[in-house]
Write a protein that binds this ligand. Structure first.
Ligand code: FRU
Length: 520
C-alpha cells in the first residue's frame, strides 16, 4: 500500500485531479440518493449487463454483505463525487435473488473519525450489542475508520475499527457514539474486519488484516474486543499487504474444514491484487492450517477483495470486486468504474492430499437464461460456433464438456478483429485467458497480457463454464477447481466464437445460453 493511501500511480495524478473537477463542472454528479436506474444508464459502452455496478462513480471492495429478511445486502466502497478512488463511503444495494439489484441511498458517510473503509455486517439476533429495540434484531456494521489526517501526520494509528447499526433493514444507520471499538495498537495497516458468530463459545470473532498477517479478536457484545492470536506471517503469499480477510467453515465428507481467505495487493499469481486462502482448523482462538502451500481462489487478474455473505447458513456465497489495483483507476469507462464478479457458491474438494476451495456461479444465474443452443459431438480441429449458433450480441454462458482433454482455444471476437482467447494448454497443464488484442489496452502497460491458471484435475474429461459479459469473462473449470476472471474493453462487443485445437479435441457438448440483462 502506498503512503497516503492514494491507490493511484503517480502518472495518473493529473487525471485524478482533473477528472473529478471536469465531471462536477459537467454537472454529471448524479444524485447520490438515487434509488433506481434511469433508462439511459446501464447502457453505456462496456457497461456490465449481468453484473452489479453502481449507477455512477467509483466503486471498489464489496462490504457488509449480509442476508437478512429475505434480502441480500451488498454494501461497497464508494466515492460518490468521482470515478476515481477518494474519501470512502459505503454504497448500498439489495437483491432478492443475488442477480437483480436495487440501488439504495448511501449507507455510511465519512465523519470526524475518517473515511469508511471495508468491513462486514452481522445480524445480531440475540441483541448482544444492545442496539436492538422492541425485540427487533439490529443489523450491525463493523468497519475501519481511516483517518486521512492521521495518515498524513505520519502516525501509525490512523486505522481503527468502529460500529454502526440499523433498525430499518439497512436503509438508515446510526454510528455508535463510543467509536472506535477496537483501537490501533500501532500497526500501519490495521483494517477490514470480518466478523462472524462462533457458536461453541457464544462469541463473535473478528478476523482482521494487520499489515502482513491476520489477527483474530473475540467479543461477547461486538463492542469490547480481546486479542486471541495471530496467523500467517511466514505462510502464504507476501508480495504485498494483506487485506480483506474472511473466515468460515465448509464441509467435506461430513468433516468441518475452516477456510481463511486473505486478499493481497500486490503479489497475486498473475500480477497485482488477488485472493489467496488457507484451509485448516479454527478452535475459537487459533487458526491451524492443514496445508502450507499458497492457494488462490481465482487466478485471473480481476477478482479482488472477495469475501462471503454472512447469515446464509452452510451455503457460502462469495463476491469479488472485478478489477485490479494496478489499473482500476484508469480503466476506460466514463460514468462509473468497476463491477462485482458474479456471486459464486464455494465448495471444498480433496484433490490428492490437497483441500481445494471450488467456485461456481450461483444457481440463481440460471433465471437469466434464454434460448440455449446445444451442439453435440464436435470433432473438428476448427469449429465456427457462430456459423452454427448465431451471433451473441449480449451476455451469455458457454458450457463445454469434453471427453478427452486436448489443447484448445476459444476465440471471442468482433468484426474489428479484437479478441479474447480462452483455452487450455495441455503441455503446461494450464488454462489461460489471453487479452493481448482485446481492444482498448493502452491505458496500462501490463494490461495486454495472457494470464494462466493451473489445472487441478487429472481426469481425462473436462467441464468448463464461461460467463461472458460486455466487459468481462469468468472461467470455472473442472467443477470450479480452476477459476479465472478477466476484464476487457473492446470497441465493439464480441459476438463471434471460434474453437480451435491442434489435435483431435472431442467436445461432447457445447451449450450456449444467452443471459437476459438484469437492469430495467
Ligand atoms: C482493498 C482496500 C481495503 C481498504 C479499502 C479502501 O481493496 O485497500 O484494504 O479497506 O480497499 O477503499
Amino acid at each position: 500500500m502506498e503512503l497516503l493511501f492514494t491507490k493511484q500511480p503517480i502518472k495518473f495524478i493529473m487525471k485524478i485531479i482533473l477528472v473529478p473537477v471536469i465531471i462536477t463542472l459537467l454537472a454529471f454528479h448524479g444524485n447520490a440518493q438515487s434509488v433506481s436506474s434511469s433508462s439511459s444508464t446501464y447502457n453505456e459502452p462496456h457497461r456490465p449487463q449481468i453484473h452489479f455496478s453502481p449507477e455512477a462513480h467509483w466503486m471498489n471492495d464489496p462490504n457488509g454483505m449480509v442476508f437478512f429478511n429475505n434480502q441480500y445486502h451488498l454494501f461497497y466502497q464508494y466515492y460518490p463525487d468521482s470515478t476515481v478512488w477518494g474519501p470512502m463511503h459505503w454504497g448500498h444495494a439489495t437483491s432478492k435473488d443475488l442477480i437483480h439489484w436495487q440501488n439504495l441511498p448511501i449507507a455510511l458517510y465519512p465523519d470526524s473519525l475518517g473515511y469508511i473503509f471495508s468491513g462486514s455486517a452481522v445480524v445480531d439476533i440475540n441483541n448482544t450489542s444492545g442496539f436492538g429495540k422492541n425485540g427487533k434484531a439490529p443489523l450491525v456494521a463493523i468497519f475501519t475508520h481511516h483517518d486521512p489526517k492521521g495518515e498524513k501526520s505520519g502516525s501509525n494509528t490512523f486505522q481503527n475499527q468502529s460500529l454502526a447499526y440499523s433498525l430499518d433493514e439497512g436503509i438508515t444507520w446510526k454510528k455508535y457514539d463510543s467509536n472506535p471499538v477496537l483501537k490501533n495498537p500501532g500497526i500501519k495497516d490495521f483494517r477490514d474486519p470480518k466478523v462472524s458468530w462462533f457458536e461453541p463459545d457464544k462469541k463473535w470473532i473478528m478476523t482482521l488484516a494487520t499489515l502482513n498477517d491476520i489477527t483474530f479478536y473475540s467479543s461477547k457484545d461486538l463492542k469490547d474486543w480481546t486479542k486471541e492470536s495471530e496467523f500467517g506471517q511466514k505462510l502464504g503469499a507476501h508480495g504485498g499487504v494483506w487485506e480483506c480477510p474472511d473466515l468460515f467453515p465448509l464441509t467435506y465428507n461430513g468433516q468441518k474444514i475452516w477456510v481463511l481467505i486473505v486478499n493481497i495487493n500486490p503479489g497475486g499469481p498473475n500480477g497485482g491484487s488477488a485472493t489467496q486462502y488457507f484451509t485448516g482448523n479454527f478452535d475459537g482462538h487459533t487458526f491451524t492450517p492443514n496445508q502450507t502451500n499458497t492457494k488462490w481462489l481465482d487466478y485471473g487478474p480481476d477478482e479482488y477483495a472477495g469475501i462471503t455473505w454472512s447469515n446464509t447458513g452452510s451455503r457460502k456465497i462469495f463476491l469479488g470486486w472485478m478489477s485490479n489495483w494496478q489499473y482500476a483507476n484508469v480503466v476506460p469507462t466514463e460514468k462509473w468504474r468497476s463491477a462485482t464478479t458474479v456471486p459464486r457458491e464455494l465448495g471444498i474438494e480433496k484433490v490428492g492430499q490437497q483441500f481445494l476451495v471450488t467456485s461456481k456461479p450461483v444457481s440463481e444465474l440460471s433465471t437469466l437464461a434464454a434460448a440455449p443452443v446445444a451442439i453435440k459431438n464436435i470433432k473438428a480441429r476448427k469449429f465456427d460456433v457462430t456459423a452454427k449458433a448465431g451471433k451473441m450480441e449480449g451476455p451469455f454462458r458457454l458450457e463445454l464438456s469434453a471427453d478427452k482433454l486436448e489443447s484448445y482455444s476459444i476465440t471471442f471476437s468482433n468484426k474489428l478483429d479484437e479478441n479474447v482467447v480462452v483455452g487450455f494448454d495441455k503441455a503446461a497443464n494450464e488454462y489461460y485467458i489471453d487479452r493481448t488484442r482485446s481492444g482498448k489496452v493502452d491505458f496500462e502497460k501490463g494490461f495486454a497480457k495472457r494470464h494462466t491458471a493451473p489445472r487441478f484435475s487429472s481426469r481425462q474429461s473436462e467441464k468448463m463454464t464461461l460467463i461472458v459479459d460486455n466487459a468481462s469473462i469468468e472461467l470455472f473449470a473442472d467443477n470450479g477447481r480452476s477459476t479465472m476472471t478477466a476484464i476487457f474493453f473492446p470497441h465493439e462487443v464480441y459476438s463471434n466464437i471460434q474453437i480451435k485445437s491442434t489435435s483431435n479435441l472431442n467436445i461432447k457438448s457445447l451449450v450456449l445460453t444467452k443471459l437476459k440483462r438484469i437492469w430495467k
